[in-house]
Design a protein around this ligand. Structure first.
Ligand SMILES: Nc1ncnc2c1ncn2[C@@H]1O[C@H](COP(=O)(O)OP(=O)(O)OP(=O)(O)O)[C@@H](O)[C@H]1O
Length: 991
């Protein structure tokens, strides 16, 4: 059964849509229009829009501020070249409103026109396309600095917040794009907006805490790469838990991958920012204490091997900001500095062949300094590097390490010290206020998701492969059910990248980029098409898109994926990179996405990723994937041998398990950075590899995302040289292709990309029904039809501009076009606005009438004049009317819809007489304990002291406050200062 506002049953091709009443201004151009036709049509559209003079509706361009007078010269040149009025193009905010044939060229030209008129954000229906203009550095500016988020990004956040509030479902704003495309910058802008709109603002403790954490992470986990001077070497999934008043907690899940960078940097690249910042920011005395006197980026080997360009002033300023942020998190600065200084100095220690049996050491002073900084003995440290304990069938034997082993142990210790410190800082930052654990990734209050209403059932249940045997670890878990808490998350994962020499880290990063692209494809293209097919709906437009599932299979299939072969190789005692590559070649010889680069080399292979070809050098794949550190060195850092508590704490788990079976090394291997899942089975040795850990985490992330309502932001970099205001067409085109922008535009403009379960649709849009009878027993589909009928009528009455509206009714879902979605949403908002004005008008009228006798008395006494005239209804002027129009029909409708009696006074909105803790409803009054003194400064004795038991009598009118009664005085106390006295009472009611 299908139905359509324009009597078309299925969705026709965009170019075939004739000019008609409901084929709106966005579809008025014939398919054959050339460039000049296009320009004139766009101009027609623009003039029509301006004549409407309305700024309503999300379908409209909001870029009217781009005037000719301040149009940049480049734009004028473009106009001369193409003969097109670029200022008209620049007003097309939504690419689905492009007129004429939708081609790469028209999309590119529109983006270019908007770029040169300084409109860097565009949209394709609900998807936002953000072009990086390289105007701001660093990305944290977007969170803390004066950078204002664009209207479109604000719109995404508002949408997520509204949907979260309306439905209680978790929302995920997923930011994707290549490395350097501005993902982190966008993510920061989004976070700021989220706090401004729903989080209680930037003055809240949660915001301060989060911004401090992000400032710390930015220095610790960002580095200069060839593609991006501010490249984040960490993937982030930031969960924001929201109550009805504020964001009460933000939790960062960080994915640390780039371990090699600490001890080996590629040409033109740099180590992590923090090292350069500390060398510029530390004072002479501090450096002396840290044994860094006389060292600079030129004589520290871990820094000097890469680019040594440095802006010392900027680095110093950033270091100061980092130091203050660290203190906000309560992490001892001096401890962290000791570890990082040791890391830097470790690079200057080198083991070389000696004349005797033992290895010679270059960097005697450095090893002493490192030992002092780590609080261990220098001799013990030397022994730790140069001896190797082995456990062969229960027999522990010691041997001397060779040069390679000793230097490898040094590098492994460097990585372990750095990443364990970063991880400890993150753990500390996340550990503040921890509600009950319940979900895959998060730990917070419980809530249930109703997948169907999100139209996600297709995504969840959908087999990700046409081939049922696909067992990719990333794909296979899509279908697992998890319960996720209500949160709004921002996902800034790794973007596609290619370096001069691509190592295991790049492979994992590109696996992540492939996975995120696959998630997008699945959500935007595949699930809709599959649902259409399942419900027997014939689509006229079959949008083609590049499905990257075979690449994911090549990388992560459990049976024969490259990472699986790598893991198998890592488990073998004697193997090499060449063996791994040759096995990979045997398995994937005929795979289209796997290739052998020229000139041929035994340890090199190539992959055709969705965003481009990458050649990988597998020389260090095995060592990096094993990610191991021997217990010879770990034992030295145990509590017994190390007098620096911070460091011994970093290795506490390993040293504890070693010492439980007697002193000294046992020949065990531990992970450089253990994952949370490793060692869970209680075994001493930590299992897993770097790639398997990462795949598990990615899997877990995707499982969480599948249960959220996603909002997509696709970032595009404007050029490869990080230059401001430079629009490189080739670079942009490459990204438009890889991100499938044109396919998305075609789907959104001409197809029916949205679908909703009838029940959810009916619940959301019941507002269109003039007479709603909740007891009516018609089917959901009938109900939906009635709503659509009313919607059509309302469209006729509405002053909103028409857009093309199409829909089709399936068995379980209603499918509708982007135009319909925009129209439905805009009119729903209009209905609510009208109803709210009406309710307010009725209430105000009632209040005034009720107050009038009292007021009249006052007036009489004041004036002493007995003559009081009753307020007379002002005569309405026929020409001019001010205030909300009192349409009796509308009044009647609204009052019947909201069940309001026009005679009786409106009920006072009920204040919630309870609050919720865990899954238990607690009623007031409650006994709570003060966590801190409040207020901090008070003249009288009305100070609630820390530890004092107080009586909470209900919620206060101020956001995030509760009313506390004490000696007949009521105080509004911030919620976070009040601890529950007892665990939810057993008589509490389960909700
Ligand atoms: N919309 C924007 N306006 C101005 N400057 C921007 C914008 N987006 C990004 N930048 C700047 O461009 C640079 C690169 O951006 P960013 O680091 O956010 O990219 P990314 O996609 O996160 O890269 P990576 O994946 O390598 O971390 C940064 O210096 C950032 O401040």
């Amino acid at each position: 059964m299908s139905w359509h506002s324009d009597v078309r049953l299925t969705f026709p091709h965009k170019d075939d849509i004739p000019m008609s009443r409901s084929s709106s201004w966005s579809h008025t151009c014939s398919a054959s229009s050339g460039m000049s036709d296009l320009a004139s049509t766009v101009a027609r559209q623009s003039s029509r829009e301006s004549s409407r003079g309305s700024s309503r509706g999300s379908s409209r361009g909001s870029s009217s501020d781009a005037s000719d007078s301040n149009m940049p010269d480049t734009q004028k040149l473009l106009e001369q070249k193409y003969g097109v009025d670029m200022s008209v193009y620049s007003q097309i905010e939504d690419l689905t409103h492009l007129v004429g044939p939708l081609t790469e060229d028209s999309v590119l030209r529109c983006l270019q026109a908007r770029f040169y008129s300084q409109h860097y954000q565009n949209k394709i229906g609900p998807v936002v396309i953000s072009v990086n203009s390289y105007q701001h550095r660093p990305s944290c500016q977007a969170l803390l600095g004066p950078v204002k988020a664009s209207v479109l990004l604000q719109g995404v956040v508002k949408d997520a917040v509204t949907q979260h509030a309306d439905t209680g479902h978790s929302q995920a704003i997923i930011v994707s794009g290549e490395s350097g495309s501005g993902k982190t910058f966008c993510a920061m802008q989004l976070l700021r907006q989220l706090f401004d709109i729903a989080g209680g603002g930037s003055e809240t403790d949660t915001f301060k805490h989060l911004s401090a954490t992000l400032t710390v992470i930015q220095s610790l986990c960002s580095a200069t790469t060839v593609t991006n001077p501010e490249c984040s070497r960490v993937g982030m999934f930031i969960e924001n838990f929201i109550t009805d008043t504020a964001i009460y907690r933000a939790k960062i899940h960080a994915y640390l991958l780039d371990r090699e960078r600490v001890c080996s940097i590629q040409r033109y690249e740099k180590n992590y920012h923090i090292f350069y910042q500390m060398l510029s920011g530390l004072g002479t005395e501090e450096k002396a204490k840290l044994h860094l006197t006389g060292y600079s980026i030129h004589n520290l080997r871990y820094l000097s091997s890469g680019s040594t360009l440095q802006n010392e002033l900027e680095d110093k300023a950033r270091f100061d900001a980092w130091k203050s942020a660290l203190s906000i998190l309560g992490i001892p600065f001096s401890d962290v500095m000791r570890v990082f200084s040791a890391v830097l100095l470790l690079g200057n220690i080198e083991f070389v062949e000696g004349t005797g049996l033992e290895l010679d050491l270059v960097g005697n002073n450095e090893i002493k300094a490192v030992a002092a900084l780590l609080g261990v003995s220098g001799v013990a440290l030397y022994r730790g590097f140069t001896t190797r304990t082995r456990n062969s069938r229960g027999q522990v034997c010691k041997s001397l390490a060779d040069v390679n082993m000793a230097n490898a142990t040094r590098d492994a210790l460097t990585k372990a010290l750095y990443f364990r410190t970063v991880s400890a800082i993150l753990k500390r930052a996340n550990s503040i206020r921890r509600p009950t654990c319940n979900s895959t990734l998060s730990d917070s209050i419980e809530s249930n998701l109703h997948q169907d209403s999100l139209g996600l059932s297709g995504v969840r249940d959908m087999p990700l492969s046409r081939n049922p045997s696909l067992t990719s670890s990333v794909c296979s878990n899509y279908s697992k059910k998890t319960r996720v808490d209500g949160f709004i998350s921002i996902v800034d994962m790794f973007g596609f990248e290619t370096a001069e020499c691509n190592r295991l880290e790049q492979l994992c990063i590109n696996l992540c980029a492939e996975t995120m692209q696959h998630f997008y494809n699945t959500h935007v293209f595949r699930s809709t098409m599959q649902s259409l097919r399942e419900e027997g709906i014939q689509a006229d437009i079959e949008v083609t898109y590049f499905d990257n599932e075979p690449i994911l299979e090549l990388l992560s299939s459990k049976r024969s994926g490259l990472l699986s072969i790598l893991d198998t190789e890592c488990a073998q005692p004697r193997t090499s990179a060449d063996t791994f590559v040759s096995k990979a070649k045997v398995h994937h010889r005929i795979n289209n996405y796997f290739f052998e680069p020229l000139p041929k080399a035994s340890s090199v292979f190539g992959i055709r990723h969705f965003a481009g070809r990458v050649v990988y050098d597998a020389s260090n794949f095995l060592t990096n994937n094993r990610d191991q550190l021997s217990d010879d060195i770990i034992c030295i850092l145990s509590k017994q041998n190390c007098n620096f508590g911070f460091v011994s704490h970093l290795f506490a788990r390993e040293t504890k398990s070693s010492s439980s079976s007697g002193p000294g090394p046992k020949g065990m291997k531990h992970r450089i950075l253990p994952s949370s899942s490793s060692g869970r089975n209680g075994s001493d040795e930590v299992r897993g590899t770097l790639s398997s850990d990462f795949q598990n985490k990615l899997d877990s992330l995707i499982r969480t995302l599948v249960h959220t309502k996603p909002h997509f932001i696709e970032c595009i970099k404007s050029n490869d040289r990080c230059e401001m205001d430079m629009f490189d067409k080739d670079v942009i085109l490459r990204q438009l292709r890889s991100l499938q922008v044109l396919d998305t535009v075609q789907l959104m403009a001409g197809g029916i990309p949205h679908r909703m379960r009838y029940k959810s649709f009916n619940n959301r849009y019941a507002v269109f029904l003039t007479h709603w009878n909740p007891y009516q027993t018609s089917s959901q589909q009938e109900h939906c039809k009635a709503i659509l009928n009313s919607f059509l009528k309302a469209m006729d009455d509405s002053k909103l501009p028409y857009v093309s509206t199409q829909w089709t009714l399936g068995k379980k879902h209603i499918f509708f076009s982007e135009g319909t979605r925009q129209q439905l949403e805009a009119m729903r908002v209009e209905k609510f606005d009208n109803a709210a004005s009406l309710i307010q008008a009725v209430w105000k009228g009632y209040l005034q009438r009720k107050l009038w006798p009292e007021r009249r008395k006052t007036l009489q006494t004041q004036q002493g004049a007995p003559k009081v005239t009753y307020p007379v209804q002002r005569k309405r002027s026929k020409t001019k009317e001010s205030g909300p129009k009192k349409d009796p029909r509308l009044l009647q409708q609204a009052s019947s819809y909201y069940k309001i009696s026009l005679e009786a006074a409106p009920a006072i909105p009920a204040t919630r007489s309870y609050n919720v803790s865990g899954n238990v409803r607690l009623s007031y009054p409650q006994s709570r304990i003060m966590k801190d003194d409040f207020p901090k400064v008070a003249s009288d004795d009305n100070v609630l002291c820390r530890g004092e038991e107080v009586k909470v009598i209900g919620p206060a009118s101020a956001r995030g406050h509760l009313k506390v009664q004490r000696r007949n005085v009521c105080l509004d106390v911030p919620y976070h200062l009040l601890d529950l006295k007892t665990v939810p009472a057993p008589d509490g009611m389960d909700i």
